[in-house]
Design a protein around this ligand. Sequence first.
Ligand SMILES: Cc1cc2nc3c(=O)[nH]c(=O)nc-3n(C[C@H](O)[C@H](O)[C@H](O)COP(=O)(O)OP(=O)(O)OC[C@H]3O[C@@H](n4cnc5c(N)ncnc54)[C@H](O)[C@@H]3O)c2cc1C
Length: 477
Amino acid sequence: MPSIAFPSVDASILARRDAILSGLAAILPADGLIADLAGRRAFETDALTAYRRLPLAVVLPRSVDEVARVMRFCRDAGVNVVPRGAGTSLSGGAIPQEDAIVVGLSKMNRILEVNLADRYARVEAGVTNLAISEAVSADGFFYAPDPSSQLACTIGGNVGMNSGGAHCLKYGVTVNNLLGVRLVTLDGDILDLGGSEPDAAGLDWLGLVCGSEGQLGIVVEATVRLIRAAEGARPVLFGFDSCADASRCVAAIIGAGIVPVAMEYMDRPAIAICEDFAHAGYPLDVEAMLIVEVEGSEAEMTAELARIAAIAKGHGVRVTRESMSAMESAQIWKGRKSAFGATGRVADYICMDGTVPTSRLPEALQRVGEICAGHGLRVANVFHAGDGNMHPLILYDVNDPAERQKAEDAGAEILKMSVALGGSLTGEHGVGIEKRDLMSCQYAPADLAQQKRVRAAFDPAAQLNPAKVFPLEGRGA
Ligand SMILES: Cc1cc2nc3c(=O)[nH]c(=O)nc-3n(C[C@H](O)[C@H](O)[C@H](O)COP(=O)(O)OP(=O)(O)OC[C@H]3O[C@@H](n4cnc5c(N)ncnc54)[C@H](O)[C@@H]3O)c2cc1C
């Protein structure tokens, strides 16, 4: 795959920069507009740090009204808009270009309503994922989707990417836990889609907005489902002498109809990296490890664990370690959830996000190893195995252009292989700029054209998060 390309910048927008800044300054208070170089630099990339582009300006609205006025202004001025939460996108979804303004939602970070009787919370888009669970944990509730970035990432970004996490195997991803959104369109219209009750009449707007990557409008509020925490939860580590045995065990557990809360896979390089960082007590002498978490009453957990342990035994498990305390459980999850940060201490990496049917995991993992070895690159695998959502972390040196190219080529091969095995390009990280040119591997031209028509119904001139998701002209895979 050729390196990620950027379309040319609209020079007419750059030529009008002063007028555009004056227009935005008339809408926002002084601390809501960032125009200086140093300030804009903080918004030039996201977690796809190999790529960066300075935005024309950054606005940080505090209210729905300010968002609506900014949107109308940008529509009329023909300026592109890039919505942004915390900028933790791994697919470059929040990376701007020089002719775009970034609309950051970080100042809209209030929890507006918690209703435990009806089990929902209504929050502004800039509230972090973790803050929702923290707000209701004392009452025994939580918000289920738990991206490993949950301390930083926002609910608006989660909706944008339809994010998942380790505990989504049982509870589903963002779209399964969202009841309503308030969306501001490019016309400045304020749409209330869904509500606080499930199953609003009419079209499934939430399904459309979830994963729309900021291309339909700006989410300013979300109403999310709250779940009553189970009586107990227990992670168990299963260590295997071969990656094939571990991945076949995953397929067998899912194939048996068992749905643990979480089932995560780590191979030897990932185990070493995470153990070094978190001291979680992971076995260092195995080729692969599963973290399987069950929940419920003591009797329910014991029964489900017995079924899982029997399947693991049939797949040659050598190490089994049940968590014996809340502190031990926290350490086990700390290790897993720090995986990306811990890997960043060791090397630069790109994280792939393809999914495959769980029955195809063994061959998919073998192919990942072969593809990376073929490019002379190291790889660490740590991923949501129960969902078949693979995250090969391809290690490379960002300062070596040839190696970067190899890493991107290997990544593209892995994603194409995922689609070929009956999976998809992205399980939870979105398409962004990273995978847009590969979309034609998964979708026929007619499918992509129809998706673009839906987008155009919201944003005819494609001003919202432009040049994302869809292949650039002449660059389909
Ligand atoms: C260490 C690390 C671990 C991660 N682990 C996971 C994981 O386990 N699971 C997972 O799914 N992801 C994970 N991610 C990826 C990332 O955190 C998610 O994609 C997250 O949802 C992005 O949220 P954000 O607030 O940072 O959004 P941004 O990165 O700012 O934006 C993401 C996308 O959403 C759009 N957007 C943002 N806010 C809005 C809004 N208010 N309205 C409309 N569109 C908007 C943006 O335009 C962009 O397209 C991880 C990232 C890192 C760095």
